[in-house]
Design a protein around this ligand. Structure first.
Ligand SMILES: Cc1cc2nc3c(=O)[nH]c(=O)nc-3n(C[C@H](O)[C@H](O)[C@H](O)COP(=O)(O)OP(=O)(O)OC[C@H]3O[C@@H](n4cnc5c(N)ncnc54)[C@H](O)[C@@H]3O)c2cc1C
Length: 159
């Protein structure tokens, strides 16, 4: 049996920057996972909560021995939990926010019409405009942003 902690509202912020004027050259992507120490603390507490679930009936009655983490709640401590969280951390491939719809002074890239600040007709219409992660899979939102974006472009062109 496996319980997975999916932490969808991290405080850490990564970055993405062009490395060349040539658009075919890959950008420099730095996820900066766990750069905000609150994230490791929250993750470890969530792992601790799963240990509690494993030790609560009816799960307790069907578990013979823990495999990962290799310790139970009674012999865990914050150091062990932090170490384990760092060892197994992984991504669920939901990067957002690199061209956030936020006020420009807060690091935003597009306004509420998906228009890039400082431009007259350049729009970003993809998951990068989401300023924060949502608590579920994000591709449905990509479709919604596409629909909304096409409406905005049609309206701007008088259609
Ligand atoms: C392994 C994996 C599993 C996933 N599983 C799920 C899931 O189960 N459920 C879910 O909801 N989401 C899932 N996601 C996330 C979801 O697929 C993405 O969040 C979503 O596709 C993002 O849509 P997008 O339009 O913002 O970007 P993308 O789908 O990445 O589209 C970007 C497009 O831009 C093109 N492009 C890039 N650079 C250039 C350039 N210089 N010039 C022209 N075109 C360019 C790319 O070829 C691509 O077609 C998963 C992602 C991955 C990687």
């Amino acid at each position: 049996m496996t319980l997975i902690v999916a932490y969808t509202h991290p405080f850490s912020r990564g970055s993405i920057h062009i490395t060349s004027p040539d658009p075919r050259v890959p950008p420099a992507i730095q996820p900066d996972y766990l750069s905000n120490s609150a994230d490791l603390d929250i993750l470890s507490r969530a792992v601790d909560f799963t240990l509690r679930l494993y030790e609560t009936p009816p799960l307790k009655d069907i578990i013979i021995a823990p495999v990962a983490p290799p310790f139970s709640k009674s012999d865990s401590d914050s150091e062990k939990l932090n170490k384990f969280s760092c060892e197994v951390i992984s991504t669920v491939h939901h990067p957002v926010g690199t061209a956030s719809m936020l006020p420009r002074e807060d690091g935003g890239v597009v306004d509420h019409d998906l228009l890039v600040y400082g431009t007259a007709n350049l729009r970003v219409i993809d998951c990068s405009i989401m300023p924060l992660l949502i608590s579920c899979n994000i591709v449905t939102l990509a479709y919604a942003i596409g629909e909304k974006g096409s409406d905005i472009i049609k309206k701007a062109n008088g259609d």
